[in-house]
Design a protein around this ligand. Sequence first.
Ligand code: DGL
Length: 260
Amino acid sequence: MIRSVPKIGLFDSGLGGLTVLSALNNALPGVPKVYYGDTLHLPYGDKSDTAIQGYSIKIVQFLKDQGCDLIVIACNSASASAGKVLEGRFPELTFVNVIDPVVDHLAQLEKDKVGLLGTRATVRSEAYSLKLAEKNPEVSLCALATPLLVPLIEDGFLGTGIDSDVLAHYLNDSALEGIQALVPGCTHYPLLKNVATALLNEVQWIDAPTIVAEQVAKHWNNNEVGEDTFYLSDRTDNFLSISHKIFKIDANWELVRLSE
Ligand code: DGL
């Protein structure tokens, strides 16, 4: 049997993982990547761990069947809720989640107080604070659930001013008082970077997708090239138009509904 070119698989509930894909395209240009957006089950952040694990297992099996050797869990909610389960279920694959590389970065940052915005699932898991406490207990991390941000991005409200109002409301939360750096702890949130940095005074914005992409590059030692492929569990005009507008992706998004 002819072995197909090794590929990197990425998945998210929707558009968010494309921020990781963009960073990965800079770090590893030409490497074939397979992206799966589980738009049918968006948002993941409000689902139970059991539900997120179930979706993630099916997606990883699909990505494996497409020839992916390395899987980037390009979603914080899935990294937090399903990361360990996936590693146990697919020992033959290499996984990079979006939390560990950022925690390693924060542990070296020499800041006392760091803020994190995330989905309910990510904040509930305490994944960032528990891992950071192990790596560097000197850094305190305050996490705030910001569930309005994903629907706002997926519904096309970026750049309307409403994004800025909602973000300002969250950033005024007393839990974030005194932070010196802010982590976009959801892969959708890097899309709010310009709005956020205009609101943040002297607070460092952490470039999470680049940090994750650098970690992926350390694990990848194939130099064969190929095309990227894109799949969705629900194909909507809204998704196609936003992925074109923001990420300039004109590819054919193939509809693949994984069995329930
Ligand atoms: N982009 C994802 C994350 O990083 C999921 C957002 C959602 O579907 O709630 O958490």
